[in-house]
Write a protein that binds this ligand. Structure first.
Ligand code: CBF
Length: 832
């Protein structure tokens, strides 16, 4: 793959000959046209939202010509493309990314300035599309960015949720969820195409019949249907003239559905039915790494994959395309098990609708899918009850049964007499109820199965799917996750980006991140280290300013920023971080440590808990309570600060990560599949304190042991500790500092004397501690002491931080894409 270098760094690329806006005057004209004729307002009477929309539409004009060209070229070349099937895309704000991709920022800034408007103010008007929960959805957004930047043909398919991830607020420290009305003020980045709506069926029954060639066939007689309306989004490559498509589906009642009821005279029921159909794309399930097992969720999954497959077969492929060649034209990448129902759907389309023989259809299907697993938590592997599947998708259930039957015959032949193995490998399980194991279905049908970090892929092979990996060793592979350098350094950290560009001499590193290696020698240059420190200090100032206006939080700017941002989940162990903070505080209160000897730190948290995840919400409340007490205690003022801004999202991440000194990646070993926040921090010059888990392993290998604070049990030790009969209470009894720390929480010190307030968290830790926070506590404190010792030497700390940046090039999602292409997809780049 040709390295996608910008054709004219910093300016408009030659592709912009297609674009209508090059100069400040052209921008002003374009913007005023959009404002006057698009919004119907004068500049004087326009609201900030009018201006934001007019600005976005003016900017998007420069992408649209390229978009059409990309599509035309792709159609002409008929090249194999990636259809990325993902129930989530956590996109982040669009305007900045479009400005970056087109190189229009300076022109726009100048133009707005001439009109007396501020780009910063208009940027802030955008509500980010939060169509994802966390890592998985953000990864999908990074991947489509990289594919566009590398000129690889790709369509991202997903759901246009009317309400994305909830907006989090704190009331008395307790998480309260509000609906995310991200579309309320209009969305200038989407292109609806109701004329291309697709009908999706549900329910009913099946019947057999004899076709005109005398063959016995089956057909589905569905009971109800909805329409999927495609909304197209542009996915611009970085200054390469390429714009790929993200197609998100929105559910709409079908006319037939409405009329039937309406004609029966029941207007109210007709409207209710319409709402019922439209509910399918109404809201994103706010769970992360845990399946929901709800009927609506299965409806969502089938809805979007059925629309997407039909779109590929009927709109993307040319008319009269020979479906035998489908694997040469498209690879459907299954982003976790959420879209796995696409497998029986493709079989149904090929066999029932196109009249193919089963074996031919299966041979095609097996080549057209590949599956990425994103978890190691057994409870997070999706299963669907046979009862529900049979009710909602009866034909698909039959197809799954048949796939299973044929597969089990193969297994029987390979392992004669091994009934236990047969039961272990069956797609259908009987416990706790008769269900379909979607990960097994994906593994059996997929051409490849990959984990998302080296350790994860190893554990996936050996622990999660061992029978399958023994049976098909070559099917299993690893692709370590990555992050897009465009959003997560070039956009979010302009100070560091400028320093890198000045030092390396050009901006090529933005699309060739391994070039950051050229920074290594500069880590030993005191002048460079000083500049690096200045960038970090400026980023802290910016963050403090943002948190002051956004959250009314006061943050000192001359202290270490110790940051833990991610979903709230027990396995990620926010409680371990909290125990560290309370320990430092307890040591001061009890006089064990003089306050002057405590290294000044600000602890920053960002985390949303799934609304129904009770203990996670209790942990949030406890963090807030500790923060309130510590921040208001004059004894520790200026030494310990705890900040927990509500509603952590991509926009806030873009401010927090560049300001961080220390990145907390402290999950229990063997639980975090990869993590991607860990990569973003390292790339932005934070040092990691972390366990040997997920992609931390590769980060440590690359940045070097001296530049990473490793602690905690390794995965095999975790297993052994549990097997021996882990007793958290004896860890507590035998560690006086831990005991004092937990006792301080239990004493009501952080809850106005109410000893019961945080009892659920305490008893969860002492009674079960499923993720062994107490077992790793001593090692974590010791590692934090190493952190303090290192931070005490700012010059050496900067050297380590610079080495983190220099050695993080591997974590570009461009590299992940090269790995997917080489190991799984085998798609060509399109000619520019
Ligand atoms: O692979 C992307 C991310 O996916 C998750 O967020 C997920 O939802 N399963 C994992 O928890 C992360 O470890 C992983 O980085």
């Amino acid at each position: 793959y040709p390295s996608p270098r910008p054709t004219s760094p910093g300016g408009l690329s030659p592709y912009d000959k297609d674009a209508p806006i090059h100069t400040v005057d052209e921008f002003i004209n374009g913007f005023m046209d959009e404002l006057n004729f698009g919004r119907g307002v004068s500049l004087a009477r326009s609201s900030r939202n009018d201006q934001y929309i007019a600005l976005s539409k003016a900017v998007r004009q420069n992408l649209q010509a390229r978009w059409m060209k990309t599509l035309a070229r792709q159609y002409e070349e008929q090249a194999k493309s990636v259809a990325y099937l993902s129930a989530e895309y956590l996109l982040g704000r669009q305007l900045d990314n479009a400005l970056l991709a087109t190189g229009m920022t300076d022109v726009v800034e100048e133009g707005l300035d001439a009109l007396g408007l501020s780009l910063d103010r208009l940027r802030a008007q955008e509500t980010e599309p939060g169509l994802g929960n966390g890592g998985l959805g953000r990864l999908a957004a990074c991947f489509v960015d990289s594919l566009a930047t590398m000129s690889v043909p790709c369509i991202g398919y997903g759901i246009r949720y009317e309400y994305g991830i909830f907006r989090q607020e704190f009331e008395d420290g307790w998480q309260v969820e509000h609906s995310d009305r991200w579309l309320a003020l209009g969305n200038p980045w989407e292109f609806p195409h109701p004329e291309h709506a697709v009908t999706v069926h549900f329910g009913g029954s099946t019947e057999t019949y004899t076709d005109d060639r005398g063959r016995e066939r089956t057909r589905w007689l569905p009971a109800w249907d909805v329409q999927g309306v495609p909304y197209n989004y542009m996915v611009p490559g970085y200054r390469n003239g390429r714009v790929n498509t993200l197609r998100l589906w929105s559910a709409r009642a079908t006319r037939a559905f409405d009329l039937r009821i309406f004609n029966a005279g029941d207007y109210v029921e007709a409207v209710r039915a319409q709402t019922f159909a439209e509910n399918i794309s109404k809201v994103l399930y706010p769970e992360d790494s845990t399946p929901q097992g709800k009927e609506l969720r299965l409806q969502q999954q089938y809805f979007f994959v059925a629309c997407s497959l039909r779109d590929q077969l009927e709109n993307v492929l040319p008319k009269y395309f020979d479906l035998a060649n489908l694997p040469d034209r498209v690879i459907f990448q299954l982003n976790d098990t959420h879209p796995v129902i696409a497998i029986p759907e493709l079989m149904r389309l090929l066999v029932d609708e196109k009249g193919m023989e089963w074996d031919d259809a299966w041979a095609i299907t097996q080549k057209c899918f590949a599956y990425t697993c994103h978890t190691l938590l057994p409870e997070a592997l999706e299963v669907w009850s046979v009862e529900l599947l049979g009710k909602l998708l009866p034909r698909h259930l039959e197809i799954i049964y048949k796939i299973n039957e044929i597969f089990l015959d193969e297994v029987r032949a390979a392992y004669p007499g091994d009934e236990i193995k047969l039961r272990r490998m069956s797609i259908i399980t009987d416990h706790p109820e008769r269900s379909v194991r979607m990960a097994y279905l994906a593994t059996i049908a997929g051409s490849k199965v990959n984990g998302v970090a080296a350790l994860h892929s190893e554990l996936l092979r050996d622990k999660v799917l061992p029978d399958f990996s023994a049976y098909w060793p070559d099917k299993f592979t690893n692709v370590t996750n990555g992050i897009t350098p465009r959003r997560f350094i070039r956009l979010s950290n302009p100070g560091l980006s400028d320093l890198i560009t000045q030092t390396l001499g050009d901006e090529g590193w933005v699309t060739d991140l391994e070039r950051l290696r050229e920074l290594e020698p500069h880590a030993d240059d005191p002048a460079f280290r000083e500049k690096f420190r200045q960038v970090k200090a400026a980023n802290k100032q910016t963050l403090a300013q943002v948190l002051s206006t956004r959250d009314n939080i006061t943050l000192p700017t001359d202290v270490m920023y110790d940051v833990m941002v991610k979903r709230l989940h027990e396995y990620k162990r926010q409680t371990l971080k909290l125990l560290h903070i309370v320990t430092l505080y307890e040591q001061i209160l009890s006089g064990k440590v003089a306050v002057e000897d405590v290294m000044p730190r600000a602890f920053l948290f960002g985390a949303k808990a799934a609304p129904g995840y009770r203990i996670a919400k209790e942990i949030i409340a406890l963090i807030n309570a500790v923060g309130k007490t510590v921040n208001n205690d004059p004894q520790v003022q200026g030494r310990l600060t705890v900040a927990f801004p509500a509603n952590y999202n991509v926009t806030l991440a873009e401010r927090l990560i560049p300001a961080a000194d220390l990145s907390e990646q402290i999950s229990l070993a063997g639980k975090e599949a990869s993590g991607t926040g860990n990569m973003k921090f390292a790339l932005n010059g934070a040092l990691t304190i972390g366990t040997d888990d997920g992609a931390n392993v590769e980060i440590r290998q690359l940045v070097g042991d001296d530049n990473f604070f490793l602690f905690g049990m390794l995965e095999p030790e975790v297993e052994a500790t549990i097997a021996e009969g882990y007793s958290p209470v004896s860890v507590y009894e035998n560690n006086p500092q831990l005991k004092a720390t937990i006792d301080l929480i239990a004493s009501g010190h952080f809850s106005d004397g109410d000893r019961n307030r945080f009892e659920p968290v305490i008893s969860n830790l002492l009674g079960e501690d499923r993720f062994l926070a107490l077992a790793d506590y001593a090692a974590y404190l010791e590692a934090q002491q190493r952190v303090e010792a290192a931070y005490a030497d700012p010059d050496d700390w900067s050297r380590k931080a610079i080495l983190n940046v220099a050695r993080s090039g591997f974590f570009s999602s461009d590299r992940s894409m090269v790995d997917y292409i080489d190991r799984i997809w085998h798609t060509p780049a399109i000619t520019q």
